[in-house]
Design a protein around this ligand. Structure first.
Ligand code: MN
Ligand code: MN
Length: 479
């Protein structure tokens, strides 16, 4: 063999280069960005609640050949590498799995997002009449800025569940032919006193009641004729009575479809990006896995993240551990608690949730060098929390190095980002609840403008690169 002369070592670029993703992306990626975002917009246009996101996701999974894991749990039929299943919890939280070549004990690759979003829920006794107007009393869900939700067209989504078990799905206000609902606000002419109040107090929680109707019923002897009239309309359409609100989950969400935004259509304006934008990316990445992955690939679409991941469908519960136990039982001959703990501990996870974009309208709230920038790629967040990283799952440098390797190898345009300036507040995701099992977790997702507002704004390139990053992560063999 001929001895070759040793090449002088090339000096690597010493300083980081920050560049808009649209300047870095290949023509193929730009084309796929458009296609991917159109499919995503279709999804969130239909998935306005956690239940609807669950149902839409199940449809996509079934179309891709995934089957219900419940059948296997019931009859014990084994799951083998390449098998594709999903597991539903209460019609809200959903887990989808592609069984990998390695035993579960080697660890899973998990992408976990959430499908609940801030909204206005109806109370259990919501309907009343005041001054000849039928009103709905509400209790908001998640961290909303209340002043943003008044005078918005709202649609009513959810379910009534009758004592006989009958479930009645409700959706009013999405079709142009259907009415919408609205919370009123004071006119500026007489708002001198209200204008003096701090932003967070101008609209109180009990001030978010919705105007529901105004035509009186024709019956002569009825009291509260307007309330009676809307009840009879509800009975005609859904067969429900006022008592049925007691066992209902009805949510008011911004009405209408997602729209492309900006003259160059480089953004998406929509309700519920947080966190359906990451949940959908995980789901689509799992569906698009071409080869059987080395490690079992798992995507979680969780409920209740916006109120702290509490409850039976939130990640603070044992739900995931239970699901992993079932998965272990179905994929191995020797189930043991130790094997389950190893499977959890050896797992890698991307906590698929959104972050805040540097906003030129609010520069003082961000630290520019460490804030995510619009369309600069999927955002990796080492830690969340508040104050001195309080309440955060701080990912290790070692795990971040793996993510760098995976993303760079697969042409993923990405950036790092932290949620606002130090001591400006903070936030969290499901990362810390999953880290409890000892697995390595890092937050990774799309940066947003106006997070938790009725309409949130996201970059299209960021949206696509998040999908591309999750796909690269799920198929990575840790080599
Ligand atoms: Mn979120
Ligand atoms: Mn959120």
């Amino acid at each position: 063999m001929k001895k070759t002369a040793k090449k002088p070592a090339k000096t690597p670029a010493l300083a980081s280069v920050v560049k808009n993703g649209y300047e870095k992306a290949s023509p193929a990626d730009l084309k796929r960005t458009e296609e991917y975002c159109a499919a995503y917009m279709d999804f969130i246009g239909k998935a306005k609640t956690e239940r609807e996101a669950h149902d839409e996701a199940v449809l996509l999974l079934q179309a891709a050949g995934f089957t219900d894991m419940a059948r296997h749990e019931k009859d014990g039929t084994r799951l083998n590498p390449g098998d594709k299943v999903y597991r539903s919890s209460e019609g809200k939280t959903l887990m989808a799995v592609v069984v990998g070549k390695k035993p579960l004990e080697a660890g899973m690759h998990i992408v976990g997002g959430h499908t609940d979003a801030p909204r206005i829920d109806l109370k259990q006794n919501p309907l009343y009449e005041n001054s000849g107007i039928a009103m709905l009393d509400t209790h908001y869900y998640g961290g909303i800025r209340k002043y943003q939700w008044v005078t918005e067209p709202l649609a009513l989504h959810g379910v009534f569940v009758r004592p006989d078990g009958k479930k009645i799905k409700v959706s009013i206000g999405e079709e142009q032919s259907e009415p919408v609902f609205c919370i009123t606000d004071l006119l500026p002419h007489i708002a001198i006193e209200q204008n003096q109040k701090p932003l967070g107090q101008a609209i109180p929680g009990e001030g978010l009641d919705v105007v529901f109707g105004s035509i009186p019923a024709s019956e002569k002897d009825k009291k509260e004729k307007v309330k009676h009239n809307v009840l009879s309309l509800l009975h005609k359409k859904y067969g429900v009575t006022e008592d049925d609100f007691q066992s209902a989950e009805l949510e008011l969400v911004p009405a209408g479809k997602p729209r492309s935004a900006g003259l160059d259509s480089s953004m998406i304006l929509a309700y519920g990006h947080d966190d359906r934008i990451c949940a959908y990316a995980g789901l689509k990445a799992l569906i698009d896995l071409k080869a059987v992955p080395e490690h079992t690939s798992v995507v979680l679409l969780c409920d209740k993240e916006e109120i702290g991941s509490v409850g039976s469908t939130g990640m603070e519960s044992d739900l995931f551990e239970h699901a992993a136990a079932e998965l272990l039982n179905l994929t191995s001959d020797s189930y043991s608690e130790l094997t389950l703990k190893r499977a959890l501990r050896n797992s890698w996870m991307l906590s698929a949730d959104v972050n805040a974009l540097f906003d030129p309208m609010f520069p003082t709230y961000f630290e520019k060098r460490n804030a995510a920038q619009l369309n600069h790629g999927v955002c990796v967040t080492k830690f969340t929390g508040a104050g001195g990283k309080g309440g955060s799952s701080d990912a290790s440098a070692e795990f971040l190095a793996h993510i760098r390797r995976i993303f760079d190898k697969n042409g993923v345009i990405w950036q790092t980002g932290e949620l606002g300036k130090v001591d400006q507040g903070g936030g969290g995701t499901i990362a810390k609840f999953m880290a409890r099992h000892g697995m390595m977790v890092v937050d990774c997702g799309v940066g947003l403008f106006s997070m938790h507002a009725p309409m949130e704004l996201a970059g299209k390139l960021d949206t696509y690169m998040t999908y591309k990053g999750y796909l690269a992560f799920l198929k990575d063999g840790r080599k």
